[in-house]
Ligand binder design. Sequence first.
Ligand code: CTP
Ligand code: CA
Length: 224
Amino acid sequence: NDSFSLTKQLSDKKVLISAGPTREQIDPVRFFTNHSSGKMGFSLAEAAAELGAEVTLVAGPVQLATPRGVKRIDVITAEQMYQAMLSNYDNQDLVIMSAAVADYRPVKTFEQKLKKQAGTLQIEFERTTDILLELGQQKKQQYLVGFAAETTDVEYYGKEKLTKKQLDAIVINDVSQEGVGFQGDTNEVLVMTKAGKEKKLALASKKVIAEQLIRQFIDDIGVE
Ligand code: CTP
Ligand code: CA
């Protein structure tokens, strides 16, 4: 039956997935982050595990239950996520960066709580490491997948990221649309592959989208 053969399809395969936001500390009581819920990445981990893969999930700070059979590594900052992805990268078959990594972090974390003062507040930010770009540069056998959240010229920017980060596929969210992206339980995505395939997955629960994505990546890897 179908589910039996799919289970066989991903056994012996190693899958590494990142999920959720990162959090960059400003002072002891404040941080810089984004609205990522982690649901898409957790659903991907669950789907891959159900299909028999050995799954490692690098999770930013989210309150979600660990899917059954998944090895979870909790991280807070972009730097910690980078280290966790890199140290688990070597022997993976499929690697998916679905995390919403902060692009910037405060240049320094204040040791004491910032007190309010008259006038404006200026905090200087610096770039974090682009984890996916690094993974692309170090890629060997891994099938590498990125996500992109765009509000305009979705296909153009998606394709640009696919090429620049040396990905095998990119999953593009048009976050200007209702029911798409960071926080809700549903998603609608456009998948573009290095080989030139383009596929739109219609609005559905993140769990359904996750299953469809994992199946497509398996097909593209050509797992027996
Ligand atoms: N990404 C990453 N490390 C970062 C920033 C992004 O690994 N420091 C990854 C995300 O996990 C995602 C992909 O890069 O898989 C695209 O993220 P996105 O925010 O859409 O694009 P950026 O490259 O950060 O560019 P911009 O935000 O300027 O559009
Ligand atoms: Ca970004």
